[in-house]
Design a protein around this ligand. Structure first.
Ligand SMILES: [Zn+2]
Length: 271
C-alpha cells in the first residue's frame, strides 16, 4: 500500500513534468473509485494551468486557479507521467493530458483511491480538515506528542497511527519506529513519559525521512509506463520478521495483533 513516503516520492517524481503546464484534456476512463470522479471535471479543468503540487498526509494536492484536485492512491493506486499515450491498461482510471502532450495517468486495480474536486479551500474539506500535523514538520515533536498522549488509554501503536494525532504513520512505520524508540507497542499511551515521547517523535521523523530518501533512489522512473507501482522495499528491523532474531539482542521477534493490525516487536528491547 502506498504510504506517506511513496506519496511524497510520487509528488517529487511527477512534479517536474507537469507543474506550470496547461491542461488540454481530462479523460475519465473508469470513474468508479472510492467515490465517483466528478463528471464535469473535463469542462472545469480544460485550459487550466497546474500551478503547484503539494502533499498533505497521503493526499496529493493539485492546485489550479479554479480549485484543487485531491488525489489519493488508496490501497493500490499509482501515477505515471507519459509522453506518448501508448496503450492503456486495465484499471487505468483517470488521465490529465497537458498541452505539451505529457499525460498524468492514474492506475488503481483495487479502486480504493480517490480523485476529488474541491472548488473551495481544500484545507477545509472533510477529509483534510481534521488531519493532525505532518510528521516531518516542526509542529510534530515530542512535546506535542506528549501533550496529546495525556489521558489516552489506547495502545501507543494505535495512537501514533491515528491520523488526527499525526498523519502518515502507517502500520509498518509504526512498528519500526516503536522498535527504534525502544517502546513496547502495547504500552498504554498515557504511560509513555515525555522523554520517551520525544524519542518516539524523533524516531518517526527519521524512519519516514529515510524511507523518502530510499524511495528517491530506488523508485522506478515515473515516466516509464511499464514500471511497477513505486512501492519500495524497505530494510525492516522487525516488521514481518516474526521468529527471526532481533537485530539488537538476537532474541526472537514477536508478533501480536493491535487494533486489528499485525504488529511486530522485540519484548526485550521494547519496554
Ligand atoms: Zn531485541
Amino acid at each position: 500500500m502506498p504510504e506517506l513516503p511513496e506519496v511524497e516520492t510520487t509528488k517529487r517524481g511527477i512534479s517536474p513534468y507537469i507543474i506550470g503546464k496547461r491542461v488540454k484534456q481530462i479523460n475519465i476512463l473508469f470513474p468508479t473509485l472510492r467515490w465517483p470522479i466528478e463528471p464535469s471535471l473535463p469542462d472545469i479543468l480544460a485550459k487550466q494551468t497546474l500551478h503547484n503540487i503539494e502533499r498533505r498526509g497521503k493526499y496529493l494536492v493539485l492546485d489550479f486557479a479554479v480549485g484543487t484536485l485531491l488525489i489519493h492512491l488508496g490501497m493500490s493506486g499509482s501515477l505515471r507521467v507519459l509522453n506518448t499515450p501508448g496503450p492503456r491498461k486495465k484499471h487505468d482510471h483517470f488521465e490529465i493530458v497537458f498541452s505539451d502532450k505529457h499525460i498524468l495517468r492514474l492506475h488503481d486495480p483495487r479502486r480504493f483511491g480517490a480523485v476529488i474536486w474541491c472548488e473551495n479551500d481544500w484545507r477545509e474539506h472533510a477529509l483534510i480538515k481534521h488531519l493532525g500535523p505532518e510528521p516531518l514538520s516542526d509542529a510534530f515533536n515530542g512535546f506535542y506528542l506528549h501533550q496529546q498522549a495525556r489521558n489516552k488509554t489506547v495502545a501507543i501503536k494505535n495512537f501514533v497511527m491515528n491520523s488526527k494525532i499525526v498523519v502518515g504513520v502507517g502500520n509498518i512505520y509504526a512498528s519500526e519506529s516503536l522498535f527504534l524508540a525502544g517502546i513496547n507497542p502495547k504500552t498504554i499511551t498515557r504511560k509513555v513519559s515525555k522523554q520517551r515521547c520525544i524519542k518516539l517523535a524523533d524516531t518517526i521523523k527519521q524512519v519516514l525521512a529515510h524511507a523518502i530518501e530510499q524511495g528517491g533512489t530506488t523508485l522506478k522512473d515515473f515516466t516509464n509506463a511499464e514500471g511497477e507501482p513505486g512501492y519500495f522495499a524497505l530494510q525492516l528491523n522487525v516488521y514481518g520478521r516474526e521468529g527471526e532474531p532481533c537485530p539488537v539482542c538476537q532474541r526472537p521477534i514477536k508478533h501480536c495483533i493491535i487494533g486489528q493490525r499485525a504488529t511486530y516487536y522485540c519484548s526485550h528491547c521494547q519496554r
